[in-house]
Design a protein around this ligand. Structure first.
Ligand SMILES: [Ca+2]
Length: 476
């Protein structure tokens, strides 16, 4: 579809007519799936999964091709979205099953509420964790509602709102065989390069697709409710995920498989539609974006940068200067290492390279053997374990589970899926040193105790997920 056709299909009015209405503050509808990698939308080019509602939002607004979560684990990722900050600035909130201190960290829904917005949430908000331990009486994503329609019905006309819908799709566990039974063909699956190509894993990917499509239908329902309420034109609708696919060497990793996210944003009244933007953006940019659009001052602690000027431009491709890199981090996911330790990592991702620092290379990146508990229990994990000694599949097992050196460097032009670590190669010394110093500078400037030498809390803070539980329960 050509740009102008998209514009018309989107139903947006010409911008000059709307100038007078721009003083009306926009509402914010944030829609987030759970464990979906950037590859898996139809707008993004996957040939099997169907995401017509994500695609429609992208067509009516902007699709970002280089969008990254703050951390590839549910709780810290969501903390990064809500606070607009890197996870190393959030103390225990850098961990899964943690808390978020209300007095210490400002979150965008509360800031909007203070500015007169009506706020609410449905489904999985910030978490998993114990928000009460942080001084909250409701989820930091917003007080709970049974449905978006109910929330809209109770919101007076003229009152801007901020609503968070968090699905638990496509988080595991999956009902085995749902993808194939729904008509998707395992032979058509594009198996990501970091996974073995086997019938078991193809079917597991289809079950993951089945849940992505269920999330996408929920997205369609939310947008339809918004449209019916007459508020679609002046609402910012953003749809994304919290971390990468729940498969070996993906979720919990700082490779693109764990951190690169689908992201589409529309705001029919203000965002020129039908655009694809390649700027490197972070989930920490979302809170400053929503605040700027609402005319609310952002707290100085927020490290994210508003996307509003990108969104409201008419440009495709690389739009804004200074958007050539993002940084991500990871601390403790499950407690599946001796002593409850996490796996501390930081990364810097540019267009051409990914550089990762592993601060504790003596630890196991996926959790201690034999169960490697940071990888979700799954048919794919079972396959990897069962075939760990086979000549054909051993390397996949090692890529997911084996210990890693203190530094990793990937050349994305030659190795887009980040499988060959070049950090120790003499020919790469210059770029490795450059990225290392860039990362160090950003971490120091943003107060990361892993660099500044302050108290490093993450291995010792409470884990609110209970004792030794099965992995899926621990995760939820
Ligand atoms: Ca998640």
């Amino acid at each position: 579809m050509r740009r102008r056709d998209l514009f018309l299909a989107g139903g947006a009015a010409p911008f000059n007519i709307l100038k007078a209405q721009r003083t009306v503050r926009p509402s914010v509808l944030f829609l987030i799936s759970d464990d979906q990698s950037w590859l898996h939308t139809s707008a993004g080019g996957d040939p099997v999964v169907r995401t017509p509602n994500f695609d429609r939002i992208a067509a009516r607004g902007v699709r970002f091709t280089h969008s990254f979560c703050a951390s590839p684990s549910c709780t810290p990722s969501r903390a990064g979205i809500l606070t607009g900050q890197h996870i190393w600035r959030l103390k225990e909130s850098g961990n899964l099953w943690s808390t978020l201190r209300r007095e210490e960290y400002r979150v965008y829904p509360e800031l909007l509420k203070s500015a007169g917005y009506r706020i609410g949430s449905m489904g999985k908000g910030w978490g998993p964790g114990d928000f009460r331990a942080g001084g909250w009486d409701h989820n930091p994503a917003g007080p709970p509602f049974k449905s978006f329609t109910e929330f809209l019905d109770q919101t007076p006309a003229g009152t801007p709102f901020c609503f968070w819908f968090g699905s638990q799709d496509p988080h595991r566990p999956y009902e085995l065989g749902t993808g194939e039974r729904s008509g998707m063909n395992p032979e058509h699956v594009r198996v990501p390069a970091w996974l073995p190509d086997s019938p078991e894993i193809r079917r597991d990917i289809l079950d993951y697709y089945f849940e992505i499509q269920r999330f996408d239908r929920a997205v369609g329902d939310m947008v339809a409710a918004l449209d019916k309420s007459g508020r679609l034109q002046n609402t910012i609708v953003a749809v994304t995920s919290d971390n990468g696919m729940p498969f070996p060497r993906a979720k919990t990793n700082l490779y693109d498989s764990g951190t690169r996210m689908p992201l589409a944003v529309m705001w029919p009244e203000r965002i020129p539609p039908g655009r694809v933007v390649d700027d490197m953006v972070s989930h920490t940019d979302l809170a400053p974006t929503f605040l700027e659009a609402a005319g609310v001052e952002r707290p100085p602690a927020m490290t994210g940068r508003s996307l509003l000027s990108i969104l409201t431009s008419r440009k495709d491709g690389r739009v804004e200067n200074g958007r050539h890199q993002v940084v991500t981090g990871r601390e403790r996911h499950t407690r599946r290492r001796a002593g409850g330790a996490g796996y501390p990592m930081r990364a810097i991702r540019t267009y051409d390279h990914l550089y990762i620092r592993n601060f504790a290379p003596e630890r196991w990146p996926a959790g201690d053997p034999p169960d490697y508990g940071d990888i979700d229990a799954s048919p794919s994990m079972d396959f990897l374990i069962a075939n760990r000694s086979s000549s054909r599949f051993q390397s996949y097992y090692e890529m997911a589970c084996a210990k890693r050196p203190a530094e990793e460097l990937y050349d994305l032009k030659r190795d887009p899926y980040q499988l060959t670590n070049l950090a120790a190669r003499a020919a790469q010394e210059k770029i490795r040193n450059h990225l290392r110093s860039q990362l160090d500078r950003i971490l120091k400037d943003t107060g990361d105790p892993r660099l500044t030498g302050g108290e490093v809390p993450w291995d010792f803070t409470p884990y609110y997920g209970g004792g030794v539980l099965s992995r899926p329960v621990e995760e939820r």
